[in-house]
Design a protein around this ligand. Sequence first.
Ligand SMILES: Nc1ncnc2c1ncn2[C@@H]1O[C@H](COP(=O)(O)OP(=O)(O)OP(=O)(O)O)[C@@H](O)[C@H]1O
Ligand code: NI
Length: 337
Amino acid sequence: MENKETLLQVRNLTVTYHTRLGPVSAVSDVSFDVYRGEILGLVGESGCGKSTMGKALMRLIAPPGEISEGQIILSGEDILKYDENQLREMRGAHVSMIFQDPMTSLNPVQRIDQHGIEAIQVHEPKTKIEQALERVSKLFERLGIQKRRLTDYPHQLSGGMRQRVMIGLGLALNADLIIADEASTSLDVIVEAKLADQLREIRDEFGVTLMVITHNIALVAELADRIAVMYAGRMVELGDVYEVFDNPLHPYTQGLLASVPNIILNEREELYKMPGEPPNLTHPPSGCRFHPRCPKAMDICSRYQPSFEEVTPGRFVHCWLYQDHPEKETPTLKVAA
Ligand SMILES: Nc1ncnc2c1ncn2[C@@H]1O[C@H](COP(=O)(O)OP(=O)(O)OP(=O)(O)O)[C@@H](O)[C@H]1O
Ligand code: NI
């Protein structure tokens, strides 16, 4: 993409869930931009905070969770300052989220075409039903939903189709940003490689911005322009998808990509299994949260949190390997007790 226009700026975003075991910072001090018209893939192990991030961008974090710090600036406006009316307008017309189970967002007693017509008419009340229906059926056809399915009810469609319907509704609303949150277990939409092509075509045609939250790294390779990697509530790497797959900088990204079949490995090499488990976020490790599992950890990594530094243009990494600190070379003295 040439001329990048920033659609969304996330700054120092922190989301905290207040649990019985103490506060959990599911998203911790995360900053990044989303460009208009891009497809951004957000990946990371289960529990690293991807869905929390997506919900925060929709202002859908509810108690016991709260956005405890930061800014979310959409087209120049801080949505953390929005009141309920402004939020309703934003969720309708500007940002759409497709959840892991679209059944929860679709009305079970409403046909697919009615969902589409309603989506259009809520925001463009002057549009006639016939016009709205025509737009909807064109849109859905582009997404691989045939005309005869338009009179179906949500339960008559497969999970993958329901997700397409949600994407279609987002497009019908002319949403600027569509956030799609893939379930960890669902095979659904994305398994169909064809959808990656369709989504890219639709993006080109409608200029919509897509944020795809998924465990499916192969899909991200296929679909996304940029990839963002989260670990234990922090964003650890962000960059052009080709550059990151070609040369992952953060040791976590390196491990994550090495554990995916057929992407960066020769067939003969064995898949890498990352040692250890993600941390308990009620007591996250000090410094870089990845340090206990990191094969390249240095002394400083457990003591200080690295910043999210732009190491080459457009490439951000949260890792002491790529930034300096006065104490970087000085090991802590281990004093015997
Ligand atoms: N409502 C909640 N109350 C308390 N803790 C929560 C709540 N929702 C999420 N969490 C915690 O926040 C952290 C991040 O969860 P989140 O669902 O955002 O992760 P995720 O990356 O989307 O995981 P997955 O890939 O499994 O969908 C986890 O530790 C989770 O237990
Ligand atoms: Ni999730």
